[in-house]
Ligand binder design. Structure first.
Ligand SMILES: Cc1cc2nc3c(=O)[nH]c(=O)nc-3n(C[C@H](O)[C@H](O)[C@H](O)COP(=O)(O)OP(=O)(O)OC[C@H]3O[C@@H](n4cnc5c(N)ncnc54)[C@H](O)[C@@H]3O)c2cc1C
Length: 525
């Protein structure tokens, strides 16, 4: 399933996934299955060149022993698709970060992803001996667990290019008694190593191998630079295993060397046990992270990474939901009661700044305070001689407000009412409301009720947040401008103030910020 995302540049805005998996071998497909089964929108992009493509069969994969590699990958693709994941044949040509997402270039198209699973495998860089590459994966081999059983009891040569040769000689000696080490370009063997090889009947032939020879029956053997020939049925090599990780450099990830006895065996992208790299949002699995990984362990690493990515997305989504919930202004009686119950005091007792600035020039009379909350404004007015009626939708807030008034010895009439449903009772010399944020339809009704409650000659003072100051864009409709409200007043009013008034406040990160109060002050004729 493809889905639309927010305001990104149109060239790739219309195709976005939660996870893009680069590479669809055992690691990538296994990670994708875990993600698709977790109902993640996942895309696997695979160039279709798995490392073991030259081999006819896969071994040491429990329950799949002897299966051709292509069959395993086809079945893996089907499994991803069965759970709603997408697999496509193609090559990812570039990766870059774009805010909290990644831009994934696939030829001339780009898609967006929240997370990346890189499972691009490795490149086997074979020793540069003529004739060798043509036999790779057939009878030029590297791994006793992949093909050792298949060459048991055969004449096996070890092409020594580094310290791995000794290791390979001993491992293949477990499978056949006919093992020969071809010294080729490797440093001299230590005395202790020669002793072990001799004791096991492993011959060591000095000299460089000039050519790998084959005939219609397969590998014939090797020809040394000095012309000698060694007949062999299998030749074991230790290719340099280079992580296919060039794509990751722009994201800040470069491969580290993997060494054995001071000899560079290959490179890998370093990651923790789940495949998480040092770059947030980027996971690796399989041979790109571990040059020793087999098909089944690559699949296992893919599963680990897929599960870790899913968990990471779950945590991020939970945090986003909590943030949204926190910033969502409550709406309705129950929501406001819950909000007030969640803290012993929310607003503090100080009057709103605009009220304190605008009211002192008015002679005290009757006042109606809509959305009185914990009573700070109502008490402030009452203390200045106003005869106050204060309303709120929340009885929890009103109990607190009444307690505050009692403590201050103030006589205020408290009214539990939803002004979107019922008008204010009577008329008043001052009708005031501060930061009453409602969906647009309710706001119009409440505002009409407030305007109707102003006595002739009385003052309406309404203060709110400008739409641009609302904490999240989708809440902007709960903000309003003073000009909008002034336009709704109609005939019989003198607008005294209709402005966006700057005020210093503390932002979410504890930093000082400037916000804008929408201030409407109007006098009724
Ligand atoms: C000759 C040979 C025989 C082997 N036999 C066995 C065996 O019998 N049993 C066993 O367990 N192991 C065997 N292995 C090892 C096995 O091949 C690896 O363990 C395994 O392939 C690693 O899986 P992977 O998913 O990490 O990488 P790969 O299988 O190499 O898959 C990586 C995929 O990523 C794709 N890719 C790379 N770059 C991009 C890109 N930019 N955009 C899109 N796609 C990309 C590649 O085309 C490839 O399809 C053998 C290896 C060799 C060389």
């Amino acid at each position: 399933m493809r889905f639309m995302v927010g305001p990104m540049d149109q060239s790739y805005a219309d195709e976005s996934y939660e996870v893009v998996v680069v590479g669809g071998g055992a690691a990538g497909l296994s990670g994708a299955v875990a993600l698709a089964r977790s109902r993640r929108q996942v895309l696997v992009v695979d160039a279709g060149e798995p490392r073991n493509a030259p081999a006819t069969h896969v071994h040491n994969f429990l329950t799949r022993d002897g299966t051709p590699p292509s069959q395993i990958y086809a079945a893996g693709r089907d499994e991803v698709a069965r759970y709603g994941g997408h697999v496509e044949t193609g090559r990812v040509t570039a990766l870059s970060r774009d805010g909290d997402r990644f831009r994934v270039q696939i030829g001339d198209r780009a898609v967006a992803a929240r997370r990346l699973l890189i499972a691009t495998g490795l490149r086997d860089e074979l020793p540069a001996v003529p004739g060798l590459a043509a036999r790779w994966g057939i009878d030029v081999l590297h791994c006793p667990y992949c093909h050792g059983w298949e060459v048991r009891d055969q004449r096996v040569g070890i092409l020594a290019t580094g310290p791995a040769a000794m290791h390979q000689a001993l491992l293949f000696r477990q499978l056949t008694q006919d093992v020969t080490v071809l010294q080729h370009t490797a440093p001299d063997l230590a005395g202790e190593q020669r002793e072990q090889l001799a004791a096991l009947g492993i011959a060591v032939i000095e000299g460089t191998v000039a050519e790998v020879e084959a005939d219609s029956g397969g590998l014939a053997g090797v020809r040394l630079a000095d012309g000698r020939r060694v007949a062999l049925e299998a030749l074991i090599v230790a290719p340099r295993a280079t992580a296919r990780a060039e794509l990751l450099a722009p994201l800040g990830l470069t491969p580290a060397e993997v060494q054995l006895g001071g000899h560079v065996m290959g490179t890998r992208i370093e990651a923790d046990a789940t495949g998480a790299t040092g770059v947030p949002g980027v996971w690796v699995a399989g041979n790109v992270a571990d040059i020793q990984a087999q098909v089944i362990t690559s699949a296992a690493a893919g599963l680990m990474a897929g599960a870790a990515i899913n968990a990471d997305l779950v945590m991020e989504d939970a945090q986003r939901a909590a943030d949204a919930h926190r910033h969502q202004p409550p709406h309705g009686e129950q929501a406001w009661d819950d909000r007030y119950r969640s803290q012993p005091e929310i607003w503090g007792g100080a009057p709103n700044a605009v009220l304190a600035a605008e009211v002192p020039d008015l002679p005290p009379g009757t006042a109606f305070d809509a959305g009185a909350g914990e009573g700070g404004d109502a008490c402030w007015l009452a203390a200045r001689g106003w005869k106050v009626t204060a309303s709120d939708i929340s009885s929890v807030a009103l109990e607190r407000a009444a307690a505050r008034a009692r403590q201050l010895g103030l006589d205020i009439t408290w009214l539990h009412a939803d002004l979107a449903r019922v008008p204010a009772p009577g008329t008043y010399d001052l009708v005031t409301s501060h930061f009453l944020h409602l969906p647009a339809a309710d706001r119009k009704t409440v505002f009409r009720h407030l305007a109707d409650a102003v006595a002739p000659g009385g003052t309406l003072l309404v203060v709110g947040h400008e739409p641009g100051d609302m904490p999240r864009p989708e809440l902007a409709e709960m903000g309003w401008t003073a000009a909008e409200l002034a336009a709704e007043l109609g005939q019989g009013w003198t607008v005294q103030v209709a402005e966006a008034r700057k005020r210093q406040a503390t932002g979410p990160a504890g930093k000082g910020i400037t916000i804008h109060d929408a201030v409407l002050r109007a006098r009724r004729a």
